[in-house]
Design a protein around this ligand. Structure first.
Ligand SMILES: Cc1cc2nc3c(=O)[nH]c(=O)nc-3n(C[C@H](O)[C@H](O)[C@H](O)COP(=O)(O)OP(=O)(O)OC[C@H]3O[C@@H](n4cnc5c(N)ncnc54)[C@H](O)[C@@H]3O)c2cc1C
Ligand code: SF4
Length: 504
């Protein structure tokens, strides 16, 4: 008889995971399951599915090499969901208890919480110690204040973990935040930027590609070439490659965009962090060793992981399940088909969507200021937008996707996560990228058939949401412009927006 049956989920692929901490190799058993419901509940990018299943299978091999007793169920032999497969396995192994590390998504936690009743076996849910901030710790912090500013949370984490803090308890370099130095446009004569590390698919990955390619050919995105790391060893090499080749300029060009430069100086490490191949503590430690690199790059990178990543997770668990149900701006329009096909005349949108189809990756500013900004100002329904983001990116898990999309991009939470909607016109896109050069629309034209749609949709967004947003002090400039706008101009904006929305 098995004592503990330890369940390891597809984003818990680490020997340091809390459920393995007290494992007794001779008495306990590990169970890993690929189930079809997890594949089919969204139109997941094919590269995302390969990443997760290949990384799971490699991790199972590592466990076997370490002499753990493990059962691994592949998707073509499993029941359709975790609960049904687990019921079957429990009949076989008759465990005394079940252990699992806290699932990262509400949907899965909800399922796990029902196991005890369904199976009649005690279930222990352990804290996920890979994160810097515990779920309850974040809630205590959130309950103790009126506004949940990321910056203050980030400072608290820096102090708690003594990261980039000098001997007097002050931030190294004199400032907590070098955001102001993170907004440079890429210069015309920039040197070639090295791409992220390419990992050749091995036997295990090739088999996953062939299995998924046959059964899930209709899922979004290009299956090949597949180049992601699927083992801890290769993920660490990817981290080292980032530090050596791109970290130096990560800070200054964090907000830049450039057509055909898919990765710029970004790390492309979220895919490995989110499934457990990299531990955020190790990533930060390795980055901090590079003391000779500019502070705006080191601090900028640390802020993303110790600040934003932890903060969005805190928001997710503090507000779920209600968080996903809000629609503060009452946005109701349907997600245009071009989000799936890339068939649009807007060059910025087409480039970001085509890249997403190829790589299951887009960097933060593409997600926020291009595809996200468009969804915001075109009033697309939050559920449909969230479903898209959850499907198309290899790093997309609801705990991190939802607060970013629903909160940061769409302001559907009414300002819990961000203090204002990140709406922007074509002018911003033109300033931070070169997409407009090759676009059929003219970014300099404000109205009419040839005008950049971001220009009139931007003002239409503020006209439509005046009542909901006009008291926000950070939007004072936009609303004072509207106050001085002629009725004729307002009508033009509304008509152009209406006509454009009909075409999509
Ligand atoms: C609409 C939208 C949806 C998003 N969905 C996801 C998602 O599903 N999964 C995901 O991991 N990130 C998501 N993000 C956050 C961010 O865009 C990605 O983490 C980042 O682009 C991943 O690429 P990178 O590893 O090259 O990041 P880098 O730019 O190199 O940043 C370093 C690391 O910091 C972390 N990070 C940076 N920004 C954020 C953020 N806003 N929230 C959480 N972590 C952050 C990531 O772990 C990332 O690997 C989303 C952002 C937006 C605007
Ligand atoms: S002109 Fe407008 S639609 Fe075209 S690339 Fe520029 S911002 Fe995008």
């Amino acid at each position: 008889m098995v004592r503990d049956l330890i369940i390891i989920l597809g984003d818990q692929l680490s020997l340091e995971i809390s459920s393995l901490e007290k494992i007794r190799k001779n008495e306990d058993k590990i169970l890993m399951m690929e189930v079809s419901n997890e594949i089919e509940y969204a139109n997941h990018h094919k590269k995302k599915l390969v990443l997760i299943f290949s990384a799971m299978r490699h991790f199972a091999d590592e466990l076997k090499k370490n002499k753990f007793d493990i059962t691994y169920v592949e998707f073509d032999k499993s029941k359709e969901n975790f609960t049904k497969e687990l019921e079957q396995q429990c009949k076989k192994f008759n465990p005394k208890s079940i252990k699992i590390t806290h699932p990262s998504e509400y949907r899965v936690l909800d399922e796990v919480k029902k196991w005890e009743k369904i199976l009649g076996i005690p279930v222990t849910i352990l804290e996920d110690s890979r994160f810097f901030c515990k779920i309850d710790e974040f809630s205590d912090w959130a309950n103790s204040r009126k506004e949940l500013k990321m910056e203050l949370f980030y400072q608290k984490m820096r102090k708690k973990y003594n990261i980039l803090i000098d001997n007097d308890g002050k931030p190294i370099g004199g400032k907590w935040n070098y955001d102001i130095k993170n907004r440079k446009r890429l210069p015309k004569n920039y040197s070639k930027i090295p791409n992220p590390l390419v990992c050749k698919p091995d036997k295990i990955t090739k088999r996953v590609i062939s299995q998924l390619g046959k059964k899930y050919a209709k899922h979004f995105g290009d299956l090949e070439p597949f180049w992601f790391a699927t083992t801890k060893e290769d993920a660490i090499k990817s981290l080292e490659d980032f530090i050596k080749n791109r970290l130096e300029f990560f800070g200054p060009y964090e907000d830049a965009m450039k057509e055909n430069e898919k990765f710029l100086y970004h790390s492309v490490l979220s895919i490995y962090l989110n499934v457990g191949l990299l531990n955020p503590r190790d990533v930060i430690q390795k980055v901090l060793q590079n003391k000779d690199l500019p502070i705006e790059s080191i601090e900028g990178f640390v802020r993303q992981i110790l600040g934003w990543r932890e903060y969005v997770r805190g928001i997710y668990w503090h507000y779920m399940p209600k968080y996903s149900q809000t629609n503060f701006l009452n946005a109701k329009n349907k997600l245009p088909d071009f989000y799936w096909t890339g068939k649009t005349k807007m060059n910025c949108m087409k480039s970001c969507i085509d890249q997403t189809k190829q790589e299951a990756y887009a960097h933060h500013i593409q997600r926020l200021m291009i595809t996200g900004n468009f969804a915001l100002i075109a009033g697309i329904n939050p559920k449909q937008v969230c479903n898209w983001y959850l499907s198309v990116y290899a790093d997309a898990f609801e705990w991190v996707e939802l607060p970013n999309t629903h909160g940061m991009v769409l302001y559907a939470d009414g300002g819990i996560l961000g203090s204002k909607p990140y709406a922007a016109s074509g002018n911003y896109i033109n300033k931070m990228s070169d997409y407009c050069k090759n676009c059929e629309y003219d970014v300099k034209i404000k109205n009419g058939k040839n005008a950049c749609p971001f220009n009139y949709l931007y003002w239409n967004f503020f006209l439509k949401n005046q009542e909901r947003l006009k008291k926000n002090p950070r939007l004072w400039t936009a609303f004072s412009n509207i106050k001085n706008m002629s009725e004729e101009r307002k009508n033009q904006i509304e008509n152009d927006s209406k006509e454009f929305m009909k075409t999509i």
